[in-house]
Design a protein around this ligand. Structure first.
Ligand code: FBP
Length: 560
């Protein structure tokens, strides 16, 4: 038998908590329908594209006094996109609900992400299989992938695979792009009278798949706590040695939720928020000026050290960069089938092809960047057309530009300090951590609830569990129509229906908390050291919610 660590052994025994309605039993639920819904934007276009699944009501489950026996069902599950702590528990919750509903039910796991359903690569779960993964991090139970499900051929193949396995429902566990896949597949299955339902589950450490019904995506809690632990450790090191400025890029793709949450948990000297940069139209130069100002003022106080937190997607929000990247994206999309571009072996060759096509203003911005960043900007887009911001070393770009500016200031006698920078990128470190108790419970509930949605014959819905700052027994289970979250956006040079990303709200309580403290944290070292996630012990350390959820929920509750 595989050797397990002591924590693995203990975590396998953890029994995740469920909302009271679901704990009452999967066959003893009542479904309550809300009123019809609309997409967040572009209603006419979205309704046209999703003729069968558009406009459905929000669903809430209540415990029922009566109980029924469910029909036999086979379900397939897919883990899609980037890893997020708790994915295994979604599958465990789904499996437990499905077996509780009818022990003859079967759960299949498609291997390697959405491509598994297309290529018919799957496993069938049983108790032993599932039990080995309960409360563990990672997606290794069946693997994940980023294949975009969108072509007629892919849908047709998926249908054939489902028919072969007698699958009547598919659960897609994913972020905004993967749940866009779920919405497209759900609509296609209805259009083709396949009788196959599709349900999504809100996954992503990025925390950008949220709205009134989805308070947070799973994985955010654990990932941000992991990054906060690491930032806290670095802060203590910085405050001990007092010789380095640490520039820490934090994963999270476009939205800055992860960086903002990690900053509130640790209180670093500088925190950049991409959404603020965009809103205030801050150029790269003005960002550098702001950071240099803090560095210079700290140096004047004899502090040649500090911590700067930088969100992963910053570069895409700096106005001149945004325009250049959008121009670059369109050009790269148009060159997708150009043999010269596809076969170009060096970045220089690629750039020579692109350069003449960039608008002059954008070419100027591109050329002003260090070679390292220029090359990284030309890397392939992901299958959904996103720039792979995890591969762009913004923290190094900032360090290089700050160094240059500080040298200039020094030569003018305006800077008396020493600048010793260190760069870090925290991303993959947090995506597969053991899920916190919150994520273990939340994920299990989402999976269990996904089967409740299936049992009530729904399709094109996202599993939703709300009221998350209350104890788990008081959580509210239900479903949100996927089309409700959609709008039209440009991807690979074309307008496509996609789930709208939730960005940091600058008038929201979470950002305000940073804004109010920014100057104090910049000059005075108010570092917090959250330490490692605790799984056992007093509730005051094991069940702490994120600042984001706490602040957003308290505002929501105050408005009720
Ligand atoms: P998802 O939206 O798929 O959950 O992505 C999460 C994420 O971790 C982003 O924060 C990051 O930019 C990206 O995945 C990295 O992608 P990859 O795993 O392909 O390197």
């Amino acid at each position: 038998m595989e050797k397990l660590s002591p924590l693995q052994i203990e975590r396998l025994k953890y029994q995740p908590k469920l909302p009271e309605s679901l704990a009452n039993g999967i066959n003893s639920l009542d479904m309550v329908e809300g009123s019809a819904t609309q997409s967040v934007r572009d209603q006419e276009q979205i309704q046209n594209l999703f003729k069968n699944t558009y406009g459905k009501p929000v669903i809430t489950f209540k415990k029922s006094s009566s109980s029924s026996v469910s029909d036999v069902r086979n379900v397939g599950v897919i883990l899609s996109g980037g890893q997020a702590p708790g994915g295994h528990n979604v599958i465990a919750g789904l499996y437990d609900a499905l077996k509780q509903a009818n022990s003859a039910n079967k759960l299949y796991g498609f291997l390697g992400g959405p491509s598994g359903i297309i290529d018919g690569k799957y496993v069938e779960f049983d108790d032993k299989f599932i039990d080995a993964y309960r409360n563990t991090g990672g997606f290794d139970i069946i693997g994940s992938g980023r294949t975009k499900l969108e072509t007629e051929e892919q849908f047709q193949k998926s249908l054939e695979v489902c028919k072969k396995l007698n699958i009547s429902a598919v659960v897609i566990i994913g972020g905004d792009d993967s749940n866009t896949n779920a919405a497209l597949l759900a609509e296609w299955f209805v259009t083709h009278n396949s009788g196959i339902q599709v349900i999504g589950c809100p996954k992503t450490i990025d925390g950008d798949l949220k709205n009134d019904q989805i308070e947070i995506s799973f994985g955010f809690d654990t990932a941000t706590k992991t990054y906060a632990e690491l930032i806290g450790n670095i802060q203590r090191d910085a405050n001990s040695a007092k010789k380095y400025w640490h520039f820490i890029k934090i994963m999270g793709r476009s939205a800055s939720h992860v960086a903002l949450e990690a900053a509130l948990q640790t209180q670093p000297n500088i925190t950049l928020i991409s959404e603020e940069v965009e809103e205030k139209k801050m150029s790269l130069e003005s960002i550098i000026n702001y950071m240099c100002d803090v560095i210079v003022r700290r140096a004047d106080m004899g502090k040649n050290f500090g911590i700067a937190v930088v969100p992963e997607g910053l570069i895409e929000f700096i106005p001149e960069m945004k325009s250049m990247i959008s121009n670059l994206n369109d050009i790269m999309a148009s060159l997708e089938n150009d043999p010269d571009f596809v076969n170009a072996t060096t970045i220089r060759d690629k750039f020579d092809i692109v350069e003449n096509r960039l608008d002059p203003a954008n070419a100027k911005v591109y050329n002003s960047l260090p070679a390292l960043i220029k090359g990284q900007l030309l890397a392939d887009r992901d299958p959904h057309g996103n720039v792979q911001v995890s591969k762009i070393e913004t923290e190094k770009l900032l360090i290089e530009m700050i160094s240059t500016k500080l040298d200039k200031l020094k030569s003018q006698g305006d800077y008396i300090g020493k600048f010793n920078p260190q760069s870090h990128f925290f991303g993959y470190e947090g995506r597969c951590a053991f899920p916190s108790n919150f994520d273990a419970d939340y994920c299990y509930s989402l999976g269990f609830n996904a089967f409740a949605l299936i049992n009530f014959g729904l399709t094109g819905y996202l599993s939703s569990v709300r009221n998350l700052t209350a104890p788990a027994s008081e959580w509210i289970a239900g479903g949100v129509p996927l089309t409700m979250m959609m709008n039209m956006e440009k991807r690979h040079g074309e307008m496509k229906p996609v789930i709208q990303k939730a960005l940091v709200k600058l008038d929201g309580p979470v950002f305000k908390q940073l804004e109010q403290n920014r100057e104090d944290w910049a000059m005075n070292d108010r570092y917090l050291f959250p330490g490692a996630i605790q799984y056992f012990g007093p509730s005051s350390v094991c069940d702490v919610t994120t600042c984001t959820l706490k602040l957003e929920r308290s505002k929501e509750l105050a408005n009720v």
